[in-house]
Write a protein that binds this ligand. Structure first.
Ligand code: UTP
Length: 297
């Protein structure tokens, strides 16, 4: 029987240099879309997918992230006294059960693969998910839930895949496809950041993965030989070379790259417009803004 995926790793130890100076004191994952930090979107997605254990790989200066998941009895009492039921429910949704959340330090930013490797003892010998909170995905059915359901049929390793225009291939890991089965593709290779003319497909890997524990032993080996950063894609590529199943999953939804300024701003607009209480005022503002800009041109 295939094992259910109940553990997720959230690598949040990166330096976040694209958001300096903000990230000098605020972890990138605490930056908000409307009123919720990026990490909350990731946690909600994981919960919807049936994840029960949340493993954070953190680094120096990420204290605000740990505080965010603490219970806040004084705040909760005050909201209760004022009968602010909705806000109270929102705050309580951020609480994590004792023992459900673990923090592991990555002492040096040696890459995403190294961050996942740091969590190896907590993951132990079972399939696990990896969620990069900078990739925020708006979807009717949360992306990881779609993947967990597909993975229950396939097993193996699975990466979230998204179609990108050819000129953008050089910003992503691109899949070399063996067989295209619609939402699922079987993968025969992965190329990191290829130029447009050598990209093997238009399917890019984005920040959701379901991985077998074999990935951890691959990372272990890579670690021993690596001088610089340790890439997660290298450990997945080793699985392909060993003849084991690796799939790409074309999720249904819209992905925002909140690790980049433009992507973060686009997400802010999109999530703002999706809120009933903000839509009218915000739409009017955006309409006025575009009209004024057009008139000025
Ligand atoms: P990024 O490539 O976005 O790097 O990492 P970054 O440091 O977060 O941001 P920039 O490029 O300096 O602006 C992708 C994901 O991998 C994690 C990051 O926290 C992010 O979630 N990561 C990356 C680690 O946990 N450790 C690392 O050594 C590198």
């Amino acid at each position: 029987m295939k094992r259910k995926v109940t553990k997720a790793v959230f690598p949040v130890a990166g330096l976040g240099t694209r958001f300096l100076p903000a990230t000098k004191s605020i972890p990138k994952e605490i930056m908000t879309l409307v009123d919720r930090p990026l990490i909350q979107y990731a946690i909600d997605e994981a919960r919807a997918a049936g994840i029960k254990e949340f493993i954070f790989v953190t680094s120096r200066g990420k204290g605000a992230l740990e505080d965010y998941f603490d219970h806040a009895p004084e705040l909760e009492n005050s909201l209760r006294k004022k009968n602010k039921k909705e806000l109270l429910a929102t705050v309580k949704n951020t609480n994590m059960d004792s023992g459900a959340i673990a923090y592991i330090r990555q002492h040096r930013p040696l890459g995403l693969g190294h961050a996942v490797w740091c969590a190896r003892r907590l993951i132990a010998n079972e399939p696990f998910a990896v969620i990069l909170p900078d990739d925020v995905i708006a979807a009717e059915k949360p992306c990881l839930q779609q993947m967990v359901e597909a993975h229950a049929e396939t097993g193996g390793c699975m990466v979230a895949a998204m179609e990108v225009p050819p000129q953008k291939a050089s910003s992503y890991g691109i899949l070399d496809i063996n067989e295209d089965m619609g939402s699922l593709v079987s993968v025969k290779g992965m190329i990191e950041k290829p130029e447009e003319d050598v990209a093997p497909s238009n399917l890019a890997v984005i920040g959701r993965y379901i991985l077998t524990p074999k990935i951890l032993s691959n990372l272990n080996q890579i670690k021993q030989g690596a001088g610089g950063e340790i890439q997660l894609t290298d450990a997945i590529a080793q699985e392909i070379e060993a003849g084991r199943d690796v799939y790409g999953y074309r999720f249904r939804g819209q992905r925002f790259d909140c690790g980049s300024k433009a992507g973060y701003l686009q997400a802010t607009v999109s999530f703002g417009l999706a809120r009933d209480e903000l839509r009218d005022e915000f739409t009017q503002y955006l309409d006025e803004l575009t009209t004024t800009r057009r008139a000025a041109q």
